[in-house]
Structures are given as structure tokens and as C-alpha cells.
Design a protein around this ligand. Sequence first.
Ligand SMILES: *Cc1c(COP(=O)(O)O)cnc(C)c1O
Length: 386
Amino acid sequence: MFKLSKKVQALPPYLFLEIDKAKRQARAEGRDIIDLGIGDPDQPTPKFIIDALSQAALDPANHRYALDQGMPVLREAIGDWYKRRFNVNLNPQTEILPLIGSKEGLAHFPLAFLNPGDLSLIPDPSYPPYKGGTILAGGKPYLMPLSAANSFLPDLKKIPLSARKKAKIIFINYPNNPTGACASDDFYTELIAFAAKNKIIIISDLAYSEMAYDGYKPPSILEYPGASEVAIEFHSLSKTYNMTGWRIGWACGNRQLVAALAKVKSNIDSGIFSAIQLAGVTALRGDLDYLRSMRGLYQQRRDILVDGLNRLGWTAIKPKATFYVWIKIPPKAEAISFAARLLKDANIVVTPGVGFGKHGQGYIRMALTVSGARIKEALERIKKIS
Ligand SMILES: *Cc1c(COP(=O)(O)O)cnc(C)c1O
């Protein structure tokens, strides 16, 4: 009876219906499923953060509408964290905007700058809200293929002049979901020059900066000269502190870009629950032991999974960061049916790469969000069916 808007009709199809159905059915049958499909930490939020929330929740002053632009103490804690972690100076008044999780900010941002027909340059495969937010804002995604041949970095030189002219925004995400790839200094330098020359806004999604291994420290784009003229960076407590359900993140960087996002949001939502903001301050000012143990845990799981798969003759590469392993499937296999077979024959859930875009074909993503013992069990099961 009612007709969906053209924008909603243009959203990419959801490709996991079949797999979701098979997964639910397997669970209903009581089968012992090992779920490597979920990009959500399996560990609880650290207790010192929960304690801060409990205390703040008792204070009636925190029960009312929170300030749209976040509490000053939170903006200051974010600024201090950027200084400590990246040696980047941010003005808490004008260059930091708390978000109800970074996803909403990433999806809302295109509303501030896209007119009908404008392009967003979007890596493919990538986190779905980049495309969704662009389409809902009336823009069009221009896909930049990521492949092993280009180290999963967009090849800016291949973007034709016609696309550069119509593009207003470029999305990047390193350390990367789903590929686990990281960006080099050269890439950031080239990207900033490209953006400045073509008057394109850089959106850097830095959700995984703290989830890195073997001593690697992912940079912020704001460390590079010229970035503050053209870039806005999105960050979140979700992955770092096992707080995906809490919904707290932020955008920071160029003040015009931060103000534009704040303007859009002031028409759509209101501030994060104040008690969560105060718990976020505690997280950001917390000591570093927790981060060390979080990294150690995922690094151990990564090594068990990747070494195990390679022993079985698969080709998996150890990511330097993120909790994802991006795995090439046999040459003729198709990602969705390959994943369906793993579920049917081995009770293992993985994510087909095409769920992140057509250039994800030929890959599956496994998340390091189950224990080392369960990863070993998954390897045993794969061995039995291969
Ligand atoms: C998980 C994730 C986020 C974080 O989302 P929140 O809304 O902050 O929970 C952002 N970007 C990518 C690529 C992610 O995988």
C-alpha cells in the first residue's frame, strides 16, 4: 500500500538472509555452533568502567536530556586522550563532537555535504554505513576496489577526473574492517594531497586503532601535515573497551566539518546518556594495563587461527591490527555458498566477503571473538571436512 522512497529502495540488498536463517535453524536444532561471524567483542566491559556507570546512574542530575554537544568533561578527556595517544592537539570546544556510537555519525555526515548526484568515494569491501549514509543523503557511492594487489588501499590514481569533480567525500578505514589491512605513512600523505587538490573531505574511521599487535601502533590521520584542513576522524569506545552496546563514540578534526555534523545531529537526536558519558571519561583516563591484556588476548587467538588454517593448506595472513582475519577461499568457490557449506558441514559461522561489497567476492571474514579453545575446535572441524 505504501511505496518506499527511492533512497530506501536504492540501499544495498542484505545478503545474509539465507545464512542467518540457516544459523537460526542450526541453533534451534541444538547444534553446537562456533560463531566467527560477529564483529563484537566477546569479553565484558572492564569493571572499572561499569563501576563508574553505576555510580553516575544514581545521580538524578544525569537523568535529564544531555547536552547535544557532549559534556565538557568528556570532550576534554577525548582531547587529552588524542594528545597522549597521537600527540595531536584538539580544541575540545570546537574540534570534538561526542556521538551515540560512531556508526550514526558516519551515516549522518553525508547529509551535511552531499547534494543530489554528488559522489562519495567508498572503498569496496567496506563497513556498510558508508554506502547507506551516502545513499540516504541523496548521494551516490563511487566504489574504490580494495584487493590484495593494492594492499587493500584505494588506488587514488585510478579515480577518473569526472568522479573527482563530483566527489565531496572520501571514506577510509585503517586498521580496516573487513580486511585487517593497515595504511602506510605514504598512503596518508598521498590521500591528504589528493583531498586538498580536489576539495574532497576525508572521513577517517579509526574504530580499531587500539586493537593492534606485535608492537604496531596505528596512527591517526590527524598526525599528518595538512590533515586538519581536510579531515574528520571517527572513533569509538566500542571495540577498544568492549562497549558496543553502550553507544559512545566521537568525531574530531577540522572544525567546519565537526560543526556541520553537529548541526545535522541537532535536528535528529540528543546527547548520549550522561552516565555513559561519565563512564566514558573514566575509560579514556584509565590505565593502560587493560589495553595490554586485550591486545594479548586477540594476538594469541589470531596466531592460533592463522597458523592453524595455514597448516590445513589455506592461505591466511596475520593482520597487524583489528580482530578480523580476511581469508581467500579456493579459486572457483563463491563466498556465500562457501560460508553456507562451513555452517552445514562443520557448524562454523563465517561472514562471506561479498556482504561488504562486490569486491569482497572470493573471501570470507573470520572474527577473533571466540576463545582460543573454540578456535582450536573450529580448526579440528575444518580438518575433518577437508
Ligand atoms: C565496529 C565499527 C565501528 C564502531 O561502531 P560504533 O557505532 O562506534 O559501535 C566503526 N567503524 C567500523 C569499520 C567498525 O567495524
